[in-house]
Design a protein around this ligand. Structure first.
Ligand code: ADP
Ligand code: MG
Length: 608
């Protein structure tokens, strides 16, 4: 229920529409009620029961209202005859039905922007959250499951919970007004209704709970399904290359079948709610008819036949809203499973954020310093990826990190822009802990080029100017030229306006990497992080990219992680890492002369 109320809070932004909706619903219900009560005078006219009515002094009770209406009718009959009176009643009914439905439509008309607005707000909120959450959150989640939450679960909310909004604003009102009218017409008969309806409600409630459990399983399975699709799409090359189609088909088929099984169960439970509630409603109706009939036929004639029939007419009209109310209830239960999944994202803690009174920084002045930095990806665990790292990077210098794969180089670099936060030790930038700076400012100081070029499905131009909407065209072209990218870009079909496909799939690895470098050049950051930027390339394109990188590194402070040691001869300091520790450090020549780990690594590569 808490989750449901939380979703309802989103309605707050649409108070105006909500108010209009409620007003229209009230009017619709009132017209509906009046059109139904017309049954009584209609019957009275048919069976000539109207002649003996007296006018009564006005007061707010159904009895007086009816009596006066009947009196008015009897006068009308005396003056115009029965047929014309019948016509008058029919005309009144038509007019009331017209207004009832007009207001019903208007109510829905005002509801549409609320429903869709809430779903939009929800989607925006989740997307914002995903942008804010630390990277560590995503290494623990399946991508497909997150996508499922942002699309499928939000859709589920729109179907189930937003549908219920309509019902919440309309049906309780109808039910209360109808019930009140019924009590006013015949308190004795209404007692049956009041006893029997809650029993029916209880049964429906049990069904709803069970439905919610199944729905939760179904939505989770949808997440698994989407993850698998995502993996298939991004792994197509490998699947085909290893002729693993049969394996993929089998795996997907199994997951898909499990989803089908869950959904079948879900639909069967959901579909049970409607016939169940209708049947129970009918039973209550028959009970009421039986006892009401006895009141009419009884010795005291405590109930007038025409009022009794109007009572039944109203009661029969009570069943559809009561039914749609229970349907909405079961649907809400189904949607709540999705709401929980969505809240898991909305409630995920943003662990990396600005401190209070964070400091602004726009330039890098003298140095970066790692002080006793130890780091593990899983808190409290033993898996130290970095152990007691001490390292100083002076402004304008180039520091190279080398070491086997898995020795912690990327991790060490990722700590600088606070992709992960430290618990042990500290990193100082210009003498202040990096946690004290504004996150946006801090990240603005770095240009990052990684082994895998991260490109977006957009034009070449927009990929270079990514995150810099104010960039001038001349600057973009200049950056591309420095990055040795201009030549191949102008040879593409639409030049800078060519779309590069998903993740730049229409370009070679070297071209993608030069686009990434152009992006970094355009951003013009004081500090560069190059993480094996050339290691995925062939020798030919490596030379071009290396050239581009050399251009990029001019007049900047650089932390370069190198796979090929030949590229870092000129580094001001080379840091050799092993199992998360710095084992050697110094200049190229000194390290070679020392004949340690660096020399061994270097010799291994010289023969290639
Ligand atoms: P390098 O860049 O030197 O190859 P990394 O810094 O990428 O090494 O990784 C160092 C260690 O940290 C490896 O043992 C790796 O398994 C582990 N590791 C890297 N990223 C994560 C992560 N997101 N979650 C958990 N462990 C990780
Ligand atoms: Mg790495």
């Amino acid at each position: 229920m808490k989750n449901y109320l939380r979703l309802l809070r989103f309605v707050g932004a649409y108070k105006g529409y909500a108010a209009l909706n409620v007003i229209c619903n009230i009017l619709s219900v009132i017209f509906s009620l009046f059109s139904l009560t017309m049954v009584a005078p209609f019957l009275n006219v048919l069976f000539s029961q109207t002649s003996d009515y007296q006018q009564m002094p006005w007061s707010f009770s159904i009895k007086v209202l009816l009596a006066n209406f009947n009196y008015f009718l009897s006068q009308y009959i005396n003056e115009h005859g029965k047929l014309e009176t019948l016509f008058l009643i029919c005309a009144l009914v038509v007019v009331m039905f017209f207004f009832k439905n007009l207001f019903r439509y208007l109510a829905m008309y005002f509801m549409a922007p609320i429903r869709n607005g809430i779903v939009r707000d929800l989607r925006n909120k989740m997307h914002d959250r995903v942008l804010e959450l630390p990277l560590s959150y995503f290494s623990n989640e399946r991508k497909g499951d997150l996508i499922a939450r942002m699309t499928h679960d939000v859709q589920e909310i729109e179907w189930s919970i937003m549908q219920s909004l309509e019902v919440i604003f309309r049906d309780p009102l109808t039910i209360v007004l109808f019930l009140t009218t019924m009590v006013l017409m015949s308190p004795a008969l209404s007692i049956f209704v009041f006893i029997l309806l809650p029993i029916a409600g209880l049964l429906i409630g049990q069904l709803g709970k069970s439905l919610r459990r199944t729905s939760a399983k179904g939505q989770a399975q949808m997440g698994v399904l989407l993850s698998t699709i995502e993996e298939t799409l991004s792994g197509l090359r490998i699947i085909k290359g290893f002729t693993a189609e049969a394996f993929s088909r089998l795996k997907f088929g199994k997951i898909n079948e499990e989803y089908r099984r869950l959904m079948t169960r879900l639909y069967r439970k959901r579909d049970l709610s409607s016939p169940l509630s209708e049947f129970m409603g009918a039973v209550v109706l028959v009970v009421v008819m039986y006892f009401g009939g006895q009141l009419v036929l009884g010795a005291e004639q405590s109930l007038e036949p025409s009022v009794f029939i109007a009572f039944i007419a109203i009661f029969s009209q009570l069943i559809p809203p009561a039914k749609s109310f229970t349907d909405a209830y079961t649907n809400v239960q189904k949607g709540l499973a999705s709401a929980e999944r969505i809240n898991m994202i909305l409630d995920a803690e943003i662990t990396i954020r600005d401190r209070e009174h964070a400091i602004s920084i726009s330039d890098f002045n003298h140095s970066i310093e790692y002080r006793d930095v130890s780091f593990a990806y899983h808190q409290g665990g033993e898996g130290w990826v970095l152990k007691k790292i001490n390292l100083k990077i002076e402004k304008g210098k180039t520091i190279a990190l080398v070491g086997q794969s898995g020795s912690g180089k990327t991790t060490l670099a990722d700590l600088l822009p606070r992709f992960y936060d430290l618990e042990n030790g500290e990193i100082l930038l210009d003498g202040e802990n990096i946690k004290d700076y504004k996150l946006k400012d801090l990240r603005g100081l770095f240009g990052i080029v990684t082994q895998e070029s991260i490109l977006f499905n957009d034009t070449v131009y927009n990929n270079i100017a990514f995150g810099m909407p104010d960039a001038k065209e001349a600057d973009v072209i200049n950056a591309a030229t420095i990055a040795h990218a201009h030549e191949f870009i102008i040879q593409m079909s639409d030049g800078y306006q060519t779309n590069i496909g998903d993740r730049g799939g229409k370009m070679s690895g070297g071209q993608r990497q030069r686009i990434s470098i152009a992006r970094a050049i355009l951003k013009n950051p004081p500090i560069l992080i190059l993480d094996e930027a050339t290691s995925a390339l062939d020798t030919e394109s490596e030379r071009l990219v290396q050239d581009a990188l050399t251009n990029l590194m001019k007049n900047r402070t650089t932390l370069v992680i190198a796979h090929r040691l030949s590229t870092i001869h000129h580094a001001d300091e080379i840091i050799v890492m092993q199992h998360g520790e710095i084992v050697e450090r110094g200049k190229h020549d000194a390290l070679l002369a020392k004949g340690g780990i660096y020399k061994r690594l270097y010799d291994l590569q010289s023969f290639v």
